[in-house]
Design a protein around this ligand. Structure first.
Ligand code: ADE
Length: 226
């Protein structure tokens, strides 16, 4: 799966370490940053300008954004275009699963400064926010999207089964996990997990996931089949 990012800070997309780094090395996932500055206007490669009507800060001009998207799509046709903005639809695991189906991949457009010219919205198939807070730009949101989507690509995770039961897999938080030792500073691993009885383990985990979700995220329970 391919991830292309249009950004003023391409260097933020280079150090891919950890499990995704391995996926990149193995060629399962490709991440390519395209410097917006490359499509800047004039001698100074200008990408932004003062807002009409006045006000704080600078706004990304539409021409470099359109030129960038058109050029990347010419080289890589068929990418699903995603604009990162706090005004977008809030990212959820359901949306992440949908993005993971998009082939050959995603074209992520990261805004900067106080925002972008309203006409640039026409460039996007989808607008996404990673949460109700404001970041300085769309780069970290783009990285969040890349990591959340890439780990669903077959082969990227060591153990595909671990996708099935994780938090939000069926709109529940994950059950508590334990490993050795069976007792640590007086805290014991719950008995059902040590029982070797698979049915008992499954029942305990389901119950814990429901309890935990009810306590921490009752909003999620409303959407879950019991
Ligand atoms: N750009 C700035 N803040 C953002 C957010 N929360 N989500 C997506 N893009 C953003």
């Amino acid at each position: 799966m391919e991830f292309h990012v249009i950004t003023l800070f391409p260097e933020m997309f280079r150090p891919f370490a950890g499990p995704l780094g391995r996926a990149v090395e193995q060629g399962l996932v490709r991440v390519e940053a395209h410097p917006l500055r490359q499509w800047g206007l004039g001698r100074y490669r200008q990408v932004d300008d003062a807002p009409y009507g006045g006000g704080r800060g600078m706004v990304l001009r539409p021409e470099p954004l359109f030129a960038a998207v058109e050029s990347v799509l010419e080289q890589h046709p068929g990418l699903w275009r995603v604009l990162l903005t706090p005004q977008g639809e809030r990212l959820t695991q359901r949306l992440v699963r949908g993005l993971a189906e998009r082939r050959p991949g995603l074209l992520l457009i990261a805004g900067r400064y106080e925002g972008f010219d309203e006409r640039a919205r026409a460039l996007a198939d989808q607008e996404l926010s990673i949460g109700d807070y404001v970041l300085a730009g769309g780069e970290l949101p783009a990285l969040v999207v890349i990591e959340a989507v890439a780990r669903l690509v077959p082969g990227v995770l060591g153990n595909p089964g671990s996708l099935d039961e994780e938090s939000f897999g069926d709109s529940l938080l994950e059950y508590p996990q334990y490993t050795r030792p069976a007792e640590f500073r007086g805290l014991r691993v719950p008995a059902p997990l040590l029982s070797g009885n698979h049915a008992a383990v499954r029942a305990w985990r389901r119950e814990q996931a429901l309890k935990r979700t009810a306590a921490r995220r009752p909003d999620l329970l409303a959407r879950t089949k019991a």
